[in-house]
Design a protein around this ligand. Structure first.
Ligand code: PRP
Ligand code: URA
Length: 209
């Protein structure tokens, strides 16, 4: 089973309440997704390795620490994962960005990959797969399969809301991939939507419904 980290920060809880509200418009929804992603990035990068360096302050030499040569990539699952990129980049501006396009067949809920463009050195990067919604888990599992096929070994998955069904499926399919989830919801409905959820994340981010 994967390592699963569920966030318990009050700022994240507050922002998720605003996200869920059906009266929250696209502009505010996008801002909230970005802010939550930034707070999650802080937690998900907690284990980055450090090395000691010396820095001259105006007064003395300080022995201090910097991140030790880790190269990072963020890979949003299109479309909704795009909403998380800016918040992540606020904290790790040197990260490279890949894109994986997936949509769920509305009848079968099976994910279909329609786009994949990744940094050429992705295999050597610590890679954070981003998608606000983990519902059945199909999209996340296929996106991570696609990365592993290209040699990526060090993968983390970040989502804002997860259904228990998706969390279980993803953690069984990819037990080596830690899952960072801002909140675990109750269940899926018969159309594969997360309850109580927040609706269709892509439509709410991009105002397409
Ligand atoms: C949503 C969401 C995830 C997927 C989750 O995308 O952003 O990618 O559904 O569902 P799953 O866990 O059951 O696979 P959607 O297919 O609606 O595409 P969109 O982001 O382009 O709207
Ligand atoms: N995708 C969404 O955008 N919302 C859900 O509730 C499930 C999948």
């Amino acid at each position: 089973m994967s390592k699963i980290v569920i966030m318990d920060h009050p700022l994240i809880k507050h922002k998720i309440s605003l996200l869920r509200d059906k009266n929250t418009g696209s502009k505010e929804f996008r801002e909230l997704v970005s802010e939550i992603a930034m707070l999650m990035c802080y937690e998900a990068t907690r284990d980055l390795p450090l090395k000691e360096v010396e820095v001259e302050t105006p007064l003395a030499v300080a022995k201090t620490q910097v991140i030790n040569g880790v190269k990072v990539a963020f890979v949003p699952i299109l479309r909704a994962g795009l909403g998380m990129v800016e918040g992540m980049l606020n904290l790790v501006p040197a990260a490279k960005i890949g894109h994986i396009g997936m949509y769920r067949d509305p009848e079968t809920l099976a994910p279909k990959e329609y786009y994949c463009k990744l940094p050429s050195d992705i295999a050597s990067r610590e890679t954070y797969v981003l998608d606000p919604m983990l519902a059945t888990g199909g999209s996340a599992m296929d996106a991570i399969d696609a990365l592993k096929q290209r040699g990526v070994k060090n993968i983390k998955f970040l989502c804002i809301l997860a259904a228990p069904e998706g969390l279980k499926a993803l953690s069984e399919a990819h037990p080596d991939v830690p899952i960072y989830c801002a909140h675990m919801d109750e269940r899926l409905n018969s159309h594969g939507y997360i309850l109580p959820g927040l609706g269709d994340a892509g439509d709410r981010i991009f105002g397409t419904k």
